[in-house]
Design a protein around this ligand. Structure first.
Ligand SMILES: *[C@@H]1O[C@H](CO)[C@@H](O)[C@H](O)[C@H]1NC(C)=O
Ligand SMILES: *[C@@H]1O[C@H](CO)[C@@H](O)[C@H](O)[C@H]1NC(C)=O
Ligand SMILES: *[C@@H]1O[C@H](CO)[C@@H](O)[C@H](O)[C@H]1NC(C)=O
Length: 214
């Protein structure tokens, strides 16, 4: 499955070149953000403010987030490739996001939500998906994200390990997140499976009820 997704993505993502931490993929649209005033002193993550915007999403029942990401990618890619009420092709954007919630039990499947950002050209009026398992979602309020970047091929437990690191970095920097440790996280992937070096992944927390100690 991963290799199938790879075949679909390769031609679109190969030219993708990434700058440093602050940049995202050159040549691919991404949601815009501003850095907030309360960046961590040690630079271990970014605090970003996003404006309201549309995403296209699908829920996938799967054993793992990687598997859900592959299945969700195919559905959302079909949507941008023309499976929509206007039959239009929509440019790929970055990142591909998987929302990971805590598993209801140790050995069972879970529901994951996979997201693509809708590019500017269609933001005001996104086409309707023809696949009933795919929906356009409008995030109608500005929101804040805590984003930790990491590199390499993200798989298996990586989002959990990286999110734990993000949370402890947030705590060390004075953000009290005790109550969110058990709820959910986002895994954001910026590269195709064929990109070997300088891969750009992020884990993200958007739970803004996480109060600041100062
Ligand atoms: C970022 O800041 C600019 C300039 O203040 C503002 O116009 C824009 O709406 C802000 N965008 C977000 C996502 O907050
Ligand atoms: C995914 O599940 C959530 C929670 O049940 C629901 O609110 C949302 O509409 C679902 N999204 C899609 C695309 O079906
Ligand atoms: C962090 O939040 C928890 C739960 O809201 C609270 O019990 C605890 O006192 C807080 N810790 C600090 C250092 O603010």
């Amino acid at each position: 499955m991963v290799s199938m997704v790879g075949l679909v993505v390769c031609c679109m993502f190969v030219p993708l070149v990434l700058g440093d931490w602050a940049d995202t993929a050159v040549g691919y649209e991404h949601p815009v953000w501003n850095l907030t005033d309360n960046q961590p002193k040690d630079g271990s993550y970014q605090v970003r403010r996003y404006a309201p915007c549309h995403w296209v999403t699908t829920n996938v029942t799967a054993w793992t987030w990687d598997e859900a990401g592959g299945t969700g990618f195919k559905r959302l890619f079909a949507y941008i490739n023309g499976d929509n009420n206007r039959g239009v092709k929509i440019d790929m954007t970055v990142p591909v996001v998987v929302k990971i919630t805590s598993n209801p039990c140790v050995f069972c499947q879970n529901v994951y939500t996979v997201y693509f950002y809708i590019p500017q050209l269609y933001q005001a009026n996104p086409p309707t998906p023809t696949d009933p398992s795919v929906k356009v979602k409008f995030l109608d309020k500005p929101w804040v994200e805590y984003a930790r970047r990491f590199t390499g091929f993200a798989e298996g437990m990586d989002p959990f390990v990286e999110t734990n690191q993000l949370w402890s970095d947030m705590e060390r920097n004075g953000v009290n997140c005790t109550k969110i440790f058990d709820s959910y996280m986002y895994m954001a992937s910026f590269d195709s499976p064929f990109k070997m070096f300088h891969r750009h992944n992020e884990v993200v927390d958007d739970q803004t009820d996480c109060p600041s100690r100062d």
